[in-house]
Design a protein around this ligand. Structure first.
Ligand SMILES: Nc1nc2c(ncn2[C@@H]2O[C@H](COP(=O)(O)OP(=O)(O)OP(=O)(O)O)[C@@H](O)[C@H]2O)c(=O)[nH]1
Ligand SMILES: [Mg+2]
Length: 224
């Protein structure tokens, strides 16, 4: 029983994630698949930024993921960049069936390195796996495949840019979507372990928040 007379309190560690990449490559669809396990065949482009919450558990700790899904359209770039601050995890996306979106990764990465804190954890994700048939671990793929970027090229880009993890996903089928976010949470947790242990430090990027649970809804949430 709480001495304050309030209902029992639950403690959450909060990680702020951002989802970044060109427009129309399935950022919102992948996020929605992860958070709600749903998919829409004809979704609208994101205007500015959208916010999602997902509760997970790792190493016996309750973690709330505040996921900011950014618009890929150039005209929103200055708005979306302003949300990069305080993010500790990033899902950096390109489309396996659109080479331009792969070529543009370096620009997104430059923005991330400029606006984010130094040790943000980044995972690289190739989307539209269901349409990129002929998943070959080589620079060649089967005739008729829509794939324009090979796994090897993407892995090479990741390693050249100090990105520890690469995976290919389909928001449509759900393949590998949970895996990507789970790995990001592991990377963030392991990298920020000290911060989590000392989260009373107000400068910490990890927020530990106490939420009253009395009607099944989260209270007192903060958007950072
Ligand atoms: N077949 C297939 N279609 C997908 C997949 N992911 C997204 N789509 C479709 O691609 C279109 C664009 O997806 P969005 O998730 O809105 O793309 P976005 O990256 O969020 O785009 P912006 O919000 O403009 O940055 C939608 O019509 C989706 O239904 C996928 O994995 N497979
Ligand atoms: Mg979107």
């Amino acid at each position: 029983m709480s001495t304050t007379g309030l209902t029992p309190i639950n403690q959450y560690t909060i990680f702020k994630y951002i989802v970044v990449g060109d427009s129309g490559i399935g950022k919102s669809s992948s996020t929605l698949r992860y958070v709600e396990n749903s998919f829409e065949d004809h979704s609208m482009p994101t205007i500015g930024i959208e916010f999602f919450i997902k509760h997970v558990e790792y190493d016996g700790k309750k973690i709330r993921l505040n996921i900011w899904d950014t618009a890929g359209q150039e005209k929103y770039r200055s708005i979306t960049r302003s949300y990069y601050k305080l993010a500790i995890g990033c899902v950096l996306c390109f489309s396996l069936i659109n080479r331009t979106t792969f070529n543009n990764l370096k620009d997104h990465l430059r923005d991330l390195r400029k606006s984010c804190q130094e040790n943000i954890q980044i995972v690289l994700v190739g989307t539209f796996l269901d349409k990129a048939s002929g998943r070959l671990a080589s620079n060649k793929w089967s005739v008729g495949s829509l794939r324009q970027v090979s796994r090897i090229e993407a892995e090479q880009f990741a390693s050249e840019n100090d990105i520890l993890y690469y995976e290919e996903v389909s928001a449509k089928t759900g393949e590998n979507v949970n895996k990507v976010f789970d790995v990001l949470t592991e990377l963030v947790y392991d990298n920020f372990y000290e911060d989590i242990a000392n989260s009373n430090d107000t400068k910490s990027l990890i927020v530990v928040e106490e939420l009253e649970i009395n009607d099944g809804k989260d209270r007192g949430w903060c958007c950072f």
